[in-house]
Design a protein around this ligand. Structure first.
Ligand SMILES: Cc1ncc(COP(=O)(O)O)c(C=O)c1O
Length: 503
């Protein structure tokens, strides 16, 4: 950085009339337009797999060269953020001192009016065997039954166990599906769940085609445009999370019906419905409902709709690794094959233990308690952000995420990576928005990313943790407003080596 050459003419003159170097450096920092000038962005670039592509001469990161033939995929948002937190002193031993608003997990303990949490798992001798790669039949039946009960009452076509494949987690389900997609154009949207970019790129036959969603349309998927893209670009597969991570928006009612109708015209829809219960109605009478494309499927074996969901978010059991993919029967037999070489199937005892948790009356209780509890948390976080004058442009109707625009903050706090680094100093973790962009590490200038001025806050954790994190945000924002931003944008802990022993 050439601090002196790009000096603004009258930045903070000293008593002698010439500017202090410190003030000049700070003034330059305020004008950042390129990642090369920002310490937070340089730290991001130093990580293996994070070099921009297509920039000549290519810079070689020695960490990417250590294993012949292996190309580092770059770290996912959550891994990068935990590594940076560890460099700043976070460990699993002292994690209670931190507020982790980064992790995309719901609180797992008891919440008001919910059925009690499972606290023991039977292990019958049969469960010591491998489970089938499509899962235990009784659990597949329980999943089919739950969807028929919730979304398909009175419809002629009903799901059976043959429409359900149990998988060891949502990402395993996504990988099993991606592994059987042939060499077609597969569309996904930005911003959306970060794993799509990596999962889709790992399977080289399909061609991922990103589409940017526009904040002006509240990140709505434009169905008319999608129809055009199907015709003009030949999109064969569309993947989307609904409700959507990280924007908290959802496609429901007639829009969802219309989207599902595309599956009857030759386009396969992969709908990731992990947040289907996390919806926050305005009216009391609407509590207890959930959203799924299963409601609009006409023929479960003919409509090419692939639904992915599981115990991770709705049942608040991310550690169980019991999830499912639903769709036409011959999709399920294909997933049995990809599962046999990718993951070998979900844990057998946990599948058996999951069966009673899918009983519809129990699910109704879980859903209701979850919606009330998480709506209270959402409203609390939105209110606190409002009080800090950090109003959320597009508040979430669903999920447990807030997509927070930082543009109104003074630079350099107005970009997600710097805001994130400043919060680490305050023992709080959030996720910088760029991780929800297309292959962010390969951008030439991260400042040009449409997600650059955002962070994702999770209100998954318990209320006390949320308050701890919001207190930290308040401290940073207040300090910037009162004392100016001189102390921000620099002095970040660089490496993991400097951190205490971890994990
Ligand atoms: C939209 C979405 N799908 C799937 C998953 C991952 O599920 P799992 O942890 O079961 O792999 C997540 C987790 O953050 C998610 O946000």
């Amino acid at each position: 950085m050439s601090a002196t050459s790009s000096r603004p003419p009258s930045a903070f003159p000293s008593r002698s009339g010439t500017p202090h170097l410190r003030d000049v450096v700070h003034e330059v920092m305020r004008q950042f337009k390129h990642e090369k000038e920002s310490e937070a962005h340089q730290i991001f670039r130093q990580q293996a797999g994070h070099q921009p592509k297509g920039v000549f001469p290519e810079t070689v990161n020695p960490e990417e060269e250590t294993v012949p033939g292996i190309e580092h995929p770059g770290s996912t948002g959550v891994i990068y953020c935990s590594d940076r937190a560890i460099a700043n002193g976070f460990s699993y031993v002292n994690s209670h001192e931190w507020a982790n608003l980064g992790q995309g997990a719901p609180e797992v303990g008891p919440i008001p009016n919910a059925p009690s949490r499972p606290d023991s798992i039977p292990i019958p001798v049969d469960s010591l065997e491998y489970a089938p790669t499509t899962g235990v039949k009784a659990l597949r039946e329980a999943v089919a039954n739950l969807y028929n009960h919730t979304y398909r009452q009175g419809k002629a076509s009903q799901y059976t166990y043959e429409n359900v494949c149990i998988v060891p987690g949502g990402r395993a389900g996504l990988s099993r599906v991606a592994a059987v997609i042939s060499d077609v154009y597969c569309s996904y949207q930005i911003p959306d769940y970060t794993a799509y970019d990596q999962v889709l790129s790992a399977f080289k036959r399909l061609v991922p085609v990103p589409t940017a969603l526009d904040p002006k349309d509240k990140y709505r998927l434009d169905i008319e445009q999608t129809k055009k893209d199907i015709r003009t670009q030949g999109l064969a597969v569309i993947i989307a999370s609904n409700p959507r991570n990280p924007t908290g928006q959802m496609i429901a009612g007639k829009d969802l019906k219309e989207l599902v109708s595309l599956s009857r015209e030759g386009t396969t829809l992969i709908l990731d419905e992990f947040y289907s219960w996390y919806i926050y109605p305005e009216h009391e009478r609407d509590y207890g409902k959930s959203v799924s494309s299963a409601e609009y499927v006409e023929n479960v074996d003919a409509d090419s709709v692939i639904i992915i969901d599981g115990l991770t978010k709705n049942w608040r059991l991310p550690g169980w690794r019991v999830c499912w993919v639903m769709g036409p029967k011959n999709l399920i037999t294909a997933l049995s094959q990809s599962g046999s070489f990718l993951d070998g199937g979900a844990n057998h005892p946990m599948q058996l233990a999951a069966i009673p948790l899918l009983e519809p009356s129990r699910v109704a209780e879980e859903k209701l308690s979850l919606q009330k509890h998480f709506k209270t948390k959402r409203d609390h976080v939105l209110k606190r952000l409002h009080d800090i004058h950090l109003d959320v442009d597009i508040p979430p109707q669903a999920t447990f995420y807030i997509w927070l625009n930082l543009e109104k903050l003074p630079p350099p706090l107005n970009n997600g990576l710097t805001f994130f680094e400043e919060l680490l100093k305050e023992k709080t973790i959030v996720i910088p928005g760029i991780f929800f962009d297309i292959n962010p590490a390969h951008r030439r200038n991260l400042f040009n990313s449409p997600c650059h001025h955002f962070v994702r806050l999770s209100f998954g954790p318990p209320l006390e943790d949320l308050d701890k994190g919001l207190d930290a945000i308040e401290r940073v924002v207040k300090a910037a407003r009162k004392e100016g931003t001189r102390k921000f944008g620099h002095s970040y802990k660089k490496s993991l080596e400097k951190a205490p022993d971890q994990i």
